[in-house]
Design a protein around this ligand. Structure first.
Ligand SMILES: [Ca+2]
Ligand SMILES: [Ca+2]
Ligand SMILES: [Ca+2]
Ligand SMILES: [Ca+2]
Length: 453
């Protein structure tokens, strides 16, 4: 089955880089810099420099502002650096920071820490034990670098998802080829509050098993989503792993069909269960659809949904909304203005589709997106755009009102379906990884462009 999912997964866990430059003839509208937005009900902004820049993780900060982490090739020390963008509550650019070394670094996951600072997880090629290593960066509240750590072995090791744990430390989920049962394994790393390594776990079988998203559960343990080829019903399946507080395996679940299923984002829901979004090409309307899986607290399957059209549609980021439903940000090539568009899906608490929107323009481009909801019900999304901005790709920062409206958003009628079998399998469990604390370079740069009139 022809699919975009394989390249997408590779882009996520092997070479999580921005799209190649100058392989693309751009047709950007003229950009005008807008200094302030006031309390706009919605906006669509780009932040970056003249080369390729992108956003992968978005948070609302304790002062009501926003922060985005991703990668930049416009600024910084090497080919690609971690890019951190800080915005105020109105979406105005406050400051930016690049972190990295002479080769490539990129952020996948950003949190605000209990001390008011920030922690970022991603990948580094400049530092560590070899090939890619997991990269963890700690900044203070003003964006000053406090420490960086690498964790990994001689082969590829990738950090995809970071949380601060209830003990003040950190847990990271990703994938490793240095350790484990074969090919890629899910990699879980636990650090203390100072960034010292406490434990690592690898989980998987002989084939590719990857970890993409991590949450600490109400019982103090961890739930991890990703994809498994070792234990699937065919090709990749969504993989959900439940660990206790010490990293011991409690259960695993695989959900999928004969084709490719991948999980990219997992949350624990208010009922103690789990919701996961990703992609499927076993079920749904076309080559690939957004896949949403709801499990109860014990990991039993409650429902699945597919949302999309006849081309590729993928869910990257999932939140539970204030009405008890779900909002998903991803990408679509079925709908929209051309190429990949941002795809936003709103479901009710039972998984029924309420609305879908596409955001983009001719030459839109998006790799990974991140969605959050503000207290007034509006939605904020970070991603990557090739349609406008300072040049190449830029970080895309979008505000939708609570009904999904924005100057750049278009309503869509998407097809909805369901499918997928649930299975369990016992993976091999291992550990491994050396910690280093490299001296990374920092700098800054970037301008803000507003797409809305
Ligand atoms: Ca490595
Ligand atoms: Ca494996
Ligand atoms: Ca499958
Ligand atoms: Ca750019």
């Amino acid at each position: 089955m022809k699919t975009l999912l394989k390249p997408l997964s590779l882009a996520l866990f092997v070479a999580a880089t921005l799209p190649a430059q100058s392989a693309y003839i751009r047709n950007s509208p003229p950009s005008d810099t807008v200094p302030a937005t006031g309390s706009s009900p919605h906006f669509c902004k780009a932040i970056g420099g003249k080369n390729d820049d992108g956003g992968k993780s978005l948070i609302q900060t304790s002062d009501g502002g926003y922060a985005i982490a991703g990668g930049t090739t416009s600024f910084g020390a090497g080919i690609l650096d971690v890019y951190f963008v800080r915005l105020d509550a109105y979406g105005n650019l406050q400051w930016t920071k690049t972190i990295g070394g002479p080769e490539s670094e990129e952020a996948s996951s950003l949190i605000q820490t209990s001390d008011g600072g920030y922690a970022i997880a991603g990948i580094t090629q400049s530092f560590g034990a070899g090939e890619w290593d997991v990269y963890v960066v700690k900044l203070d509240a003003n964006g000053n670098l406090q420490w960086t750590k690498t964790i990994g072995g001689p082969d590829f090791d990738v950090g995809n998802s970071l949380i601060q744990t209830s003990d003040g430390g950190y847990a990271i989920a990703g994938s490793t080829r240095s350790f484990g049962a074969g090919e890629w394994d899910v990699y879980v790393v636990k650090l203390d509050a100072h960034g010292n390594l406490q434990w690592t776990k690898t989980l998987g079988g002989k084939k590719e098993d990857i970890g993409t998203s991590l949450t600490q559960t109400f019982d103090g343990g961890y739930a991890i989503a990703g994809a498994t080829k070792s234990f699937s019903a065919g090709e990749d399946d969504v993989y959900v792993v439940k660990l206790d507080a010490n990293g011991n395996l409690q259960w695993t679940k695989t959900i999928g069909g004969p084709g490719n299923e991948m999980g990219f984002s997992l949350i624990q829901t208010s009922d103690g269960g789990y919701a996961i979004t990703g992609a499927t090409n076993s079920f749904g309307a076309g080559k690939g659809d957004v896949y949403v899986v709801k499990l109860d607290a014990s990991g039993n399957l409650q429902w699945t949904k597919t949302i999309g059209g006849k081309e590729e549609d993928v869910g990257f980021s999932l939140i539970q909304t204030s009405d008890g439903g779900y909002a998903i940000a991803g990408l679509t090539t079925s709908f929209g203005a051309g190429k990949d568009d941002v795809y936003v899906v709103k479901l009710d608490a039972n998984g029924k589709s309420q609305w879908t929107k596409t955001i983009g323009a001719k030459n839109g481009y998006l790799i990974k997106s991140s969605i959050i909801q503000a207290s007034d019900g509006s939605y904020f999304i970070a991603g990557t755009t090739r349609s406008f901005g300072a040049g190449g790709t830029d970080v895309y920062f979008i505000k939708l009102d609570k009904n999904g409206n924005a100057c750049c958003a278009v309503s869509q009628t998407s097809r909805v379906g369901s499918g997928g079998r649930l299975r369990s399998a016992t993976p091999s469990i291992g550990s491994g990884g050396a910690l280093t604390a490299p001296t990374s370079s920092t700098s800054s740069g970037g301008t803000l462009t507003n797409q809305c009139p």
